[in-house]
Design a protein around this ligand. Structure first.
Ligand SMILES: *Cc1c(COP(=O)(O)O)cnc(C)c1O
Length: 366
């Protein structure tokens, strides 16, 4: 057998330790699991009720065009029509589908960023052109523009950026979009948009509606607490949405994902309250890092990069994403958890040398 040589450098995704523990069924209740930027809370009760209601109909295929969810997403984003909405099996699929629409060429993105980008580029035979974050871990808007050549097909801007947590304001993204050649697609990956505390950023989708070459990709995996169901969406020009629907796997968004995401979007006030909780807790953690004289990167996501070893967090009963996996050796990416989990993160900072047996997490009242 011969394989495409671009695939040789690809390795299977190495998940964080908490995923392996869950797969093995080992006792995970002893740890605060802050590895993957998931929400600490389960789906909203509205989403759970919708799931329970459709399960008896799981013998039937769901709506392959995901019409109801696309309508609800459009209603939640002023100025958006259903025909502007893309959907996918996670926003990962939205990103993949959009890149599949472009002729083979180069894809520019800041780096370090989301590990999926180089992976998708390799699979699609595109050439990745990573551009380093600035010394202050900021997104290098000017350098991104300079990296664009005649071969560039897309710029992927993870905003806020995972793992740095830094972001460009809506004005900055707007000028980046305006300066890009019209045949280069700007893909805004806004997986963490709900945690941006600048209220003027909220309408970022309008950037994608007013132009031919901008799309935004969002997800139900983070603020909505539905990572396990795999559903994401995008907002962009009708033409891109139309083409993306042509390449999407016919029923990639399953029945459970469709109804839970719809119910969660309809309850978006509650999602916003949960995101506000995360933002308050993010400040509390950042103050604790500052108080402990640790380097950290002020974040607009539901995670914070801090110069503190993952091993030392683990000794204190906290699992975080090791910086070495994110090109930040010596650092950790800490997901903002619930109050109990964040207390434990803070306790770990003073605990570096002491090896205590962590207590089990109290069971949450439902
Ligand atoms: C978590 C995350 C996503 C979401 O992926 P899904 O496929 O929707 O679960 C997308 N982009 C970035 C940068 C992320 O961190």
């Amino acid at each position: 057998m011969r394989f495409r040589s671009e695939l040789d450098p690809l390795r299977p995704y190495i998940p964080p330790k908490s995923w392996r523990m869950a797969a093995e069924g080992t006792d995970e209740n002893r740890y605060a699991k802050l590895t993957s930027n998931e929400l600490a809370f389960g789906p909203l009760p509205e989403a759970e009720a919708a799931l329970a209601e459709v399960l008896p109909r799981a013998n039937r295929y769901p709506d392959s065009h995901v019409t109801r969810l696309r309508q609800v997403v459009a209603e939640a984003n002023a100025g958006t029509e259903t025909r502007n909405v893309l959907v996918g099996n996670g926003s990962s699929e939205v990103l993949m589908n959009v890149l599949q629409l472009l002729p083979v060429g180069e894809v520019v993105y800041p780096w370090p960023s989301f590990s999926l980008y180089p992976m998708i580029c390799a699979v699609l035979g595109m050439t990745a052109r990573p551009v380093s974050l600035t010394e202050n871990h900021e997104i290098p808007a000017e350098a991104l523009l300079s990296a664009v050549t005649d071969e560039t097909r897309a710029v992927i801007l993870c905003n806020p950026n995972n793992p740095s947590g830094t972001y460009l304001t809506l004005d900055e993204v707007t000028s980046l979009a305006s300066e890009l050649p019209p045949d280069v697609l700007l893909i805004l990956d806004e997986a963490y948009v709900e945690f941006v505390d600048d209220p003027t950023y909220r309408d970022s989708h309008t950037l994608a509606l007013g132009r031919e070459n901008v799309i935004t990709a969002r997800t139900f995996s983070k603020a909505h607490g539905l990572a396990g169901l795999r559903v994401g969406y995008g907002i962009g020009p009708e033409k891109i949405a139309d083409y993306a629907e042509r390449v999407r796997f016919p029923v990639s968004v399953n029945l459970a994902a469709q109804v839970a995401a719809t119910a969660s979007m309809l309850a978006q006030e509650k999602v916003r309250e949960r995101a506000e909780f995360v933002v308050r807790e993010r400040s509390r953690l950042q103050e604790a890092f500052a108080g402990a004289k640790l380097d950290f990167i002020p974040s607009q996501g539901n995670f914070i990069m801090v110069r503190f070893e993952a091993e030392d967090f683990e000794k204190a009963g906290v699992l975080v994403r090791e910086g070495a996996a994110l090109e930040y050796p010596g650092w950790s990416r800490v997901t903002v958890g619930d109050s109990w989990e964040n207390d434990r993160v803070i306790a770990a900072l003073g605990n570096e040398t002491r090896e205590a047996e962590p207590a089990a997490k109290p069971q949450r009242a439902s």
